[in-house]
Write a protein that binds this ligand. Sequence first.
Ligand SMILES: *Cc1c(COP(=O)(O)O)cnc(C)c1O
Length: 363
Amino acid sequence: MPRPIEAVIHVDALAHNLRRVRAATPDARVWAVVKADAYGHGIERAFAGLRGADGFALLDLTEAERLRALDWRGPVLLLEGAFEPRDLELCSRLDLWHVVHCAQQIDWLAAHKTQSPHRVFLKMNSGMNRLGFRPEAFRSAWVRLNALPQVGEVSLMTHFSDADGARGVDHQMAAFDAATHDLTGERSVSNSAATLRHGAALRSDWVRAGIVAYGSAPDFPDHDTAHWQLRPAMTLRTRLIAVQHLAKGDTVGYGSAFTAPAPMRIGIAACGYADGYPRHAGTGTPVLVEGTRTGTVGRVSMDMLAVDLTPVPQADTGSEVTLWGEGAAGSRLPIDEVARAAGTIGYELMCALAPRVHVRVAE
Ligand SMILES: *Cc1c(COP(=O)(O)O)cnc(C)c1O
């Protein structure tokens, strides 16, 4: 028998979450962001649930090739654009749209030989200070691109640093609007958090929906998945492979990080940090055993973790353990809660699902 851990990808949840994006911004077209192998879900698996999107956005050229191999003929956007001049050849061949965020990428385009003009998304650095032209340099980049025979339609884009938090998007939107108000071109500004929180108020002809599609709340703990009516697209589950009866004062695991305050039963689940479960998740990180919520005890080790069985006295070796996602009898454990207990965000946990975990697709 294989080790009992598995990840399940819920194709219907992906489609559901995409509908939530459309409801939040009915007039926009939606990029399903599938970078990092669809946030760890697998591009080929996620495609089945996300094919209703208007386009797919990602970074990696090999991932773009995989989308074309799935026979996706619609738009594909490279969010960081070309990394070297010859990437533009692949853009021509596979009809990939690409971001232009720096002058060097314009130089490469000017030297590129192509039959068909490229669709580009010119990116502004409106305050994130990662990629893009500063507002005062944006117009000349736009003029230069529009003059190139290698370039067809030019769209305008920026990215928010605080769409999920208190600072919000207004300061960046003001910078973007001021520098682009008289420039033609479609606009793409919103990520998941901006789409859900500021949806219709922002002019974004194309929204870029990443985390929301996978069923994690982009602004947790301000709001949770129940508030946004999202469904988890990934479940990580395993089984108990042992049960221990502790006496008062017994300790659990490496470093004896947990000491039993009273006699108790614990279960040993076949999941550890080598499966992608966060090692920094301390005692009390939520977990479902047979659909009942309980918590971990002690340190997470490479292949195992321990769970308190006090609330689930009927649990035994073989009992189902849900680390995140859908549990028994309609129960649910949002990945965001596990991430928070480990001092991180749902994004990181999804992306860190380890290759040794077998993945199954639930239709
Ligand atoms: C990853 C990414 C997104 C998606 O962000 P989410 O918070 O997952 O919605 C959008 N735009 C850009 C430029 C990105 O790199």
